[in-house]
Ligand binder design. Structure first.
Ligand SMILES: NC(=O)c1ccc[n+]([C@@H]2O[C@H](COP(=O)([O-])OP(=O)(O)OC[C@H]3O[C@@H](n4cnc5c(N)ncnc54)[C@H](OP(=O)(O)O)[C@@H]3O)[C@@H](O)[C@H]2O)c1
Length: 260
């Protein structure tokens, strides 16, 4: 806890500026809204202008915070550089980076192509590297910053038919630890949120198949999928001064899946 502040005050993000990749929908949208509700100005980034613009406008209307959006493919370093320049021009220096953009391609290894593997690793693992290596050093120079990566329960457990995604998310866990070590003395923490199953577009193939849906529920000790808003508190916590001594850690939001 920060000395002289009440514990609830340490969760506030007033005066901070956050960038959420993939913040236009799903878990990223909830995280972007939650950071704004806690007081941060927020930039929403995805490849789909209409969705990002809508999210930015909705969040501004709901919270009164300044928001902006940018269109970028975060797997491409030139687009990442241009996006960060635009967003920092709009909002000012980014203090909180949420590497949330992600995709999943499912299938047995022998049925997957090289392109399938490369695409999943590029969005889930390479993009956090590209965004962090630009913004992290700037945060270090200012002496305060937060990088929050979206890992998964599949950062630490495996499911057959998920080779690209499990490989990428396991990589995210150790990228998180490496960056935490590199920036530990400069006021910049790096942590990962590791969700269990949530009902977003990414999981449509599971949600639309009652047998697959039930098979997932049977693996979750709490006996249900996560509600989207149940990701919000983890992001606000890790972004805030309440988590000032937390770095290099994985925060599981998974109904107990990884406790087994
Ligand atoms: N849902 C779950 O159960 C679950 C569980 C564990 C971990 N996670 C992780 O949580 C994160 C969010 O997942 P979600 O379920 O909320 O996904 P989602 O609903 O499918 O949303 C993904 C977001 O990422 C954006 N995106 C994808 N590729 C991108 C790229 N190359 N450049 C920029 N933006 C890109 C998408 O927009 P565009 O396609 O328009 O660019 C979209 O806004 C992911 O990292 C995922 O792996 C999710």
């Amino acid at each position: 806890m920060v000395r002289g502040m009440s514990v609830l005050d340490t969760f506030r993000l007033d005066g901070k500026r956050a960038l959420v990749t993939g913040g236009a929908k799903g878990l990223g949208r909830v995280i972007a809204g939650a950071l704004a509700e806690a007081g941060a100005d927020v930039a929403v980034v995805s490849r789909t202008a209409s969705e990002s613009e809508r999210a930015a406008l909705e969040i501004a209307a709901q919270t009164g915070r300044r928001t902006c959006y940018s269109v970028a493919d975060v797997t491409k370093s030139d687009e990442v550089s241009a996006m960060i320049e635009q967003v920092q021009g709009d909002l000012g220096p980014i203090d909180i980076l949420v590497n949330n953009a992600g995709i999943n391609t499912r299938g047995l290894t022998q049925d997957l192509s090289e392109e399938d593997f490369d695409a999943v690793v590029a969005v889930n693992l390479k993009a956090p590297f590209l965004c962090s290596r630009l913004l992290g050093p700037q945060m270090c120079e200012r002496g305060w910053g937060r990088v929050i990566n979206l890992g998964s329960i599949l950062s630490v457990v495996a499911i057959a038919g998920r080779a690209p995604y499990c490989s990428a998310k396991a990589g995210v866990a150790n990228l998180t630890r490496v960056l935490a070590l590199e920036w530990a003395q400069q006021g910049v923490t790096v942590n990962a949120i590791c969700p269990g199953p949530f009902g977003t577009d990414m999981n449509k193939p599971l949600l639309e198949d009652p047998e697959k849906y039930r098979s997932f529920v049977s693996k979750i000790p709490m006996g249900r999928w996560g509600e989207l808003n149940e990701i919000a508190g983890s992001a606000v916590f890790l972004a805030s001064d309440a988590a000032s001594f937390v770095t290099g850690s994985m925060l599981y939001v998974d109904g107990g899946w990884t406790a087994q």
